[in-house]
Write a protein that binds this ligand. Structure first.
Ligand code: NDP
Length: 328
């Protein structure tokens, strides 16, 4: 009998949480051989809604779903956790200054990091989805000194998937023929979706596209601003696609990247590519043996250098701000 994996989702009654829970419980996160114990952490006013989600999960009769726990207590939520998906966050509201946003999220992600430190399983893997995701992951990691820093990651897989989709539209290529796309930097409008190493059916993607202006003025801003375009069209932020990317991120982390390809994830910098050590920044990464590794030795041209530096500068500013606020 396989011991069930404990998967904790915070903000489980929210939009993304609702889209995530069913896919986790059906086995799409960890695969068809791993039963799951699903823990849902919510703030007290949302616990009842989480109970409603649990009723629906029950009604799916998922064979792999070993059980569901609902709690408003972080210590209980992360006890023995193997995979933690930190989705619940304080959104930026009108008139809110950046300092207020960082403080509010520090109040969420600091204690969650401490609870992970205290109770998580040795193999714990943490994905932060709630924004500002990179800095929230940085805060959580800072409060978990006994958990290796490379277990705290931030989601840029949705940006990566959005970039794949834009390239498919432009070139008509099959998704499986596109390789080596990369998202660098912060999960924000400053992110840098990079085609310089990408290939389509083995050919350089830039050659297939043959239009630098499209890359600069179409592809990059479309990917970076896709979230806003979806809010505009849907009247609500992307949820199912964000949940899908979270599933992809963890699935790849556990099961690996295909030979010859990589993906993108916010991982702790080891100083590679001039990104200050310790920052959680998006890089091209491979996964194998259950670990993400930054792809080494890529050539970075002048344009890429500028774009990476600009996004990393924003991460440095966020880090300085959370330090100044005493959040780490
Ligand atoms: P969503 O489920 O839509 O979003 C949750 C978080 O994911 C937000 O911070 C959102 O950022 C972020 N996010 C990251 N990437 C994306 C993306 N590509 N598209 C959309 N969102 C993205 O929010 P809801 O308000 O529906 O739900 C949040 C839930 O979290 C609520 O139920 C609330 O009660 C709960 N919560 C739980 C906490 C806890 O467990 N301790 C703490 C705080 C909240 P952005 O705002 O920038 O879109």
């Amino acid at each position: 009998v396989t011991t069930p994996a404990v998967v904790t989702v915070t903000g489980a009654a929210g939009q993304i949480g609702y889209a995530l829970a069913f896919r986790i419980a059906s086995g799409q996160l960890l695969g068809p051989d791993t039963p799951v114990r699903l823990r849902m952490l919510e703030i007290p006013p949302a616990v009842k809604a989480a109970e409603g989600v649990a009723m629906e999960l029950d009604d799916c009769a998922f064979p792999l779903l070993d059980g569901i726990d609902i709690t408003d207590d972080a210590t209980a939520a992360f006890d023995g956790v193997n995979v933690a998906l930190l989705v619940g966050a304080r959104p930026r509201t009108k008139g809110m200054e950046r300092g207020d946003l960082l403080s509010a999220n520090g109040g969420i992600f600091g204690p969650q990091g401490a609870a992970i430190n205290a109770g998580a399983a040795d193999d714990v893997r943490v994905l932060v989805v709630g924004n500002p995701a990179n800095t929230n992951a940085y805060i959580a990691s800072a409060h978990a000194p006994d958990v290796p820093a490379d277990r705290f990651t931030a989601m840029t897989r949705l940006d990566h998937n959005r970039a794949l989709a834009q390239l498919r539209h432009r070139t008509g290529a099959a998704i499986d023929d596109i390789a080596r796309l990369a998202i660098w930097g912060n999960h924000s409008a400053t992110q840098y979706p990079d085609l310089t190493h990408a290939t389509i059916g083995g050919r350089p993607a830039l050659e297939v596209v043959g239009d630098d202006a499209w890359v600069r003025d179409g592809f990059i801003p479309t990917v970076a601003k896709r979230g806003a375009a979806i809010i505009e069209a849907r009247g609500a932020s992307s949820a199912a696609s964000a949940a899908n990317a979270a599933i992809d991120h963890v699935h790849t982390w556990v099961h690996g990247t295909p030979e010859g390809d990589w993906t993108s994830a916010g991982v702790v910098s080891d100083g590679s590519y001039g990104v200050p050590e310790g920052l959680i920044s998006s890089f091209p990464v491979t996964a194998s043996g259950g670990a993400y590794t930054i792809v080494p030795g890529l050539e970075v041209d002048g344009f890429s250098r500028e774009r990476i530096d600009a996004s990393v500068a924003e991460l440095v500013e966020e880090r300085e701000a959370v330090r100044a606020l005493g959040l780490v």
